[in-house]
Write a new protein. Structure first.
Length: 75
């Protein structure tokens, strides 16, 4: 039995569960079970905030990689 199965149905998602759900959604690999869990126990504001933070981090990493590549190319 997993942690999710032991929790009460009305108990909100943990921070870690929310982060993992957002990351899975970024890659498009969210399972049907987790999606149903997210919609029944998750809070929309938590997903929005974590999604925004993850997006900002992703963009910053892309900018950093591009600058690194350009510096190595001598541009």
């Amino acid at each position: 039995m997993t942690d999710d199965e032991r929790r009460e149905p009305d108990e909100p998602l943990t921070l870690w569960q929310t982060i993992m759900s957002v990351l899975a959604a970024f890659f498009g690999v969210q399972s049907s079970t987790n999606r149903q869990r997210d919609f029944s126990r998750g809070r929309p504001l938590h997903f929005i905030l974590i999604g925004l933070v993850a997006t900002v981090i992703f963009v910053l990493v892309l900018v950093l990689v591009v600058r690194l590549v350009l510096a190595q190319a001598g541009a």
